[in-house]
Design a protein around this ligand. Structure first.
Ligand code: MG
Ligand code: ZN
Length: 449
């Protein structure tokens, strides 16, 4: 294993660490099916709608394909629900998670405190992640998001920090133990480059433009660190299309969040006049790839990386995040939220199309937590904010946001979220699952233990 972990606080974790150390030095023989890994799946695509609970999915379904229609994410054969709660420092349940603790749950198989990224809830120690385990077992790895690639959900795969705010070297106020000067591994952006996933696509150019303050890259930017690690850096759709799989790819398509797809009037007290969403956001540069395009590019690059000469002949692990479903729901911006959910669903469709051609691909679609959205009767008189949307099928849909005072950001909710899967081990998502169980499902699918 490339990273030296501190003493893990749980016996099981310590045993796992030593087992993986052995496995990492013992290459498995290629299977008879040709090029497969040691698990039932060759590759895993994990798609996360941030803040995409059942109400957010229902709103997007109603708006875009109609109440009786089906989104791509509705068509996977196995379905269940995942709990979403996190814990406090003493391990007691906290009923509403944030995205850092939510992603840590599947990335590491352990719950942590809200705000923390893949470190323990009590002793604040790093925990190995699915991406690290897959990488160390010879799989190609990738992460695609519409947020900064240093944001909490992608970070949970590639970094270990006390607080999610520690995105770049200039953002380390909340993470004294993680600073290089303090003996830590640095900011999320620095750790993400060091984790060296084969494909990393999203926003966050601003975090990579920051200057590293300590360690071997002191005085250089994180982007220079990435180039030194062999990354080819792409900034738009054309450059992404021109990227070749010989070297890892870092796509930075925006300074922070990638601008959203749709715009419209925000929800308001007493509601809005019935509105249709504008499906082109003028603030979105023309060359910006959408999430489905980035997902398809990542799948192509990862397939080639996994099969390149000298590679162990295995598949890949890819996480795809629709990040701004959450961001727009915080702002009670129904059109922004719906557009991001529909864009996420197109990424799901791209993943399912890939799995059709590569049947040993496990596709999992889920969320990290629910959000504030409620689908209300059109004549409701909610105390909070609301907006009426005219759907594609001509209906009127009233969406309410009532989890905060007007002017303040809306809150996450503590509901279980849907989880759907297709492919090897898809049955393991059925029923009510712990939010940590996806870790074991992906690990078993790729034979990571
Ligand atoms: Mg997120
Ligand atoms: Zn959120």
């Amino acid at each position: 294993m490339r990273r030296a972990y501190g003493r893990l606080p749980w016996r099981r974790g310590a045993v796992l660490g030593s087992v993986l150390l052995v496995l990492a030095t013992t290459p498995a023989a290629p299977t008879a099916t040709g090029g497969g890994g040691p698990g039932p799946a060759q590759s895993v695509i994990l798609l996360i709608g941030d803040g995409m609970g059942d109400a957010e999915i229902t709103a997007a379904r109603n708006y875009s394909v109609g109440a009786a229609g089906r989104l791509a994410m509705d068509t996977l054969e196995s379905e269940g629900r995942r709990t979403t709660f996190s814990v406090d420092e003493r391990g007691r349940p906290v009923y509403v998670t944030d995205s850092a603790a939510g992603a840590t749950a599947w990335a590491t198989g352990r719950r942590t405190v809200n705000g923390r990224v893949s470190k323990t809830h009590d002793t604040d120690r790093p925990m190995p992640t699915l991406l690290e385990l897959a990488r160390d077992r010879g799989y190609a790895t990738g992460s695609v998001t519409t947020a900064s690639v240093a944001d909490a959900t992608p970070a949970a795969l590639t970094a270990h920090v006390t607080d999610r705010s520690c995105k770049g070297p200039a953002d380390m106020a909340a993470c004294p133990a993680d600073t290089r000067a303090g003996g830590g591994a640095g900011s999320i952006a620095e750790q993400t480059v060091a984790a060296r996933p084969d494909v990393l696509l999203g926003g966050g150019a601003g975090h990579f433009a920051q200057t590293v303050t300590d360690g071997p890259f002191r005085g250089r930017t994180v982007l220079e660190q990435a180039r030194a690690a062999g990354y080819q850096v792409v900034r738009d759709r054309a450059q992404l299309a021109a990227a070749r799989p010989g070297r890892p790819v870092l796509g930075l398509f925006a300074p922070d969040y990638v601008p959203v797809e749709w715009t419209g009037a925000p929800a308001a007290r007493g509601g809005t006049t019935p509105q249709r969403c504008a499906v082109h956001n003028p603030a979105r540069p023309a060359g910006t790839p959408d999430l489905a395009e980035s997902t398809r590019a990542a799948l192509e690059l990862l397939t080639a990386r996994a099969g390149r000469p000298g590679a162990p002949g295995r598949g890949f692990f890819l996480q795809v995040e629709g990040a701004s479903i959450d961001d727009r729901a915080h702002e009670a911006d129904p059109c922004g939220q719906l557009g991001e959910t529909v864009a996420f669903d197109r990424a799901v469709a791209s993943a399912l199309a890939y799995a059709e051609r590569h049947p040993r691909t496990l596709v999992i679609v889920t969320a990290d937590h629910g959000h504030a959205t409620q689908v209300l009767p059109d004549d409701a008189r909610p105390a909070g904010l609301s907006s009426t949307l005219v759907t594609d099928e001509g209906g009127r849909m009233r969406l309410g946001y009532g989890t905060a005072l007007p002017g303040e950001p809306q809150e996450h909710t503590g509901v279980p979220v849907p989880v759907a899967a297709r492919g090897p081990l898809a049955h393991r998502v059925r029923g009510v699952q712990e939010n940590t169980s996806l870790f074991g499902t992906v690990r078993a699918a790729l034979g990571l233990r």
